[in-house]
Ligand binder design. Structure first.
Ligand code: DAH
Length: 346
């Protein structure tokens, strides 16, 4: 009987490791301690055992029962842990980013801005910035834009009330403050801070009191370019713009300079381009920027000697370029942040 008990305990210990579900466990447990189980049968046999042997046998049986129960407890614990793990799913690392979030993308305007900036960086331009809140001096006077110019009209620009003059945006105390109407302000701020040679592009946000329609927005973006050195000529400007247009709109694109007027350049031009690979816009001359040779008056305003230095400047709207490249026919789409629109540029 002692040997039988030992065999039962050994068998339970061995079989236990192969049990992987509660159903298997219950079924197996019944074969040991159920009404007809192996251990139960031995306990039933106690009656036939001589009286004097009973205490010793009882002790052995109890020991066997305890050993078997310990094995069953371990199995049950193992099964419960496995069941819980199955309900919780795979192990996670809570420090990782949520896997379900879709990745964002750059805004289509930012994509075009980055493409343009990268192009100019490759040919030696660096990126300059200045504030969006400006004074009339930097926005107009220093750029040779006279006091009676319509761009300075309170109706055309966003002027800031006195109370909003915060921060150190100007050294000039009694200046009028406004939201910059163009990025040409960065020309002035850069030339005051650096000595030639200067070769910068300045991407940034501008503001005008425009009534929004398909091609106008009160807030929009420009890229300004400025190159100042000895012996900079119109040919340098033309070559740079040719390179720009061919890189952005394809190698077959052509440029054309049309005489125009800007107070801060002399001579001044509108630059048009056309490209045979532009879908609906193919082979039409499209005006995309203003440009010219830096006016000596501007050099004087920033203390650069116009006898020693010459320069060219250009400025264009990023939205205009983006609309052509992306086939967008209404500027307002760019500002509505409708993901159905934005996703198309992902
Ligand atoms: N600032 C002008 C505008 O907003 C654009 C422009 C024209 C910039 C000619 C220039 C330039 O640098 O040379 O309409």
């Amino acid at each position: 009987m002692q040997a039988e008990l030992k065999a039962i305990v050994a068998e339970v210990q061995e079989k236990a490791t192969g049990i992987h579900s509660r159903a298997e466990f219950e079924a197996y447990k019944a074969t040991v301690v159920g009404p007809k189980g192996s251990l139960t049968e031995i306990m039933k046999g106690m009656g036939a055992i001589p009286k004097e042997d009973k205490p010793a046998m009882g002790k052995l049986i109890n020991e066997a029962k305890t050993a078997v129960q310990a094995v069953f407890d371990t199995v049950l614990e193992r099964l419960e842990t496995a069941e819980l793990a199955a309900r919780l799913g795979p192990a996670i690392d809570p420090s990782l980013p949520a896997p379900d979030l879709p990745r964002g993308t750059l805004h289509p305007i930012a994509q075009v801005r980055e493409e343009m900036v990268a192009l100019f960086r490759r040919i030696g331009f660096s990126v300059a910035e200045a504030t969006e809140v400006e004074t009339e001096h930097y926005c107009f006077d220093a750029l040779n834009i006279p006091a009676d110019h319509p761009a300075r009209d309170m109706q055309d620009s966003y002027y800031l009330p006195e109370a909003l003059k915060v921060g150190n945006v100007s050294q000039l105390a009694d200046e009028k403050y406004l939201l910059r109407t163009h990025t040409s302000t960065v020309q002035i701020r850069t030339m005051l801070a650096e000595q030639p040679p200067i070769r910068i592009v300045a991407p940034g946000r501008c503001f005008r009191r425009d009534t929004p329609d398909a091609t106008h927005s009160a807030n929009f973006h420009q890229i300004e370019g400025l190159y100042v050195d000895r012996d900079v000529t119109l040919l340098d400007l033309k070559a740079t713009l040719d390179h720009f247009v061919k890189t952005i709109f394809g190698p077959k694109a052509k440029t054309r300079l049309r005489p125009s007027f800007f107070p801060f350049t002399e001579p001044s031009f509108e630059m048009d381009f056309y490209s045979p690979d532009l879908g609906k816009l193919s082979n039409k001359w499209l005006e995309i920027m203003g440009c010219g040779m830096v006016d000596p008056e501007v050099f004087k305003a920033v203390g650069i000697d116009p006898e020693l230095y010459t320069g060219y400047a250009f400025g264009m709207g990023i939205e205009r370029i983006a609309m052509i490249l992306q086939g967008v026919d209404d500027i307002r789409y760019y500002y509505q942040n409708d993901v159905r629109f934005l996703r198309q540029f992902a």
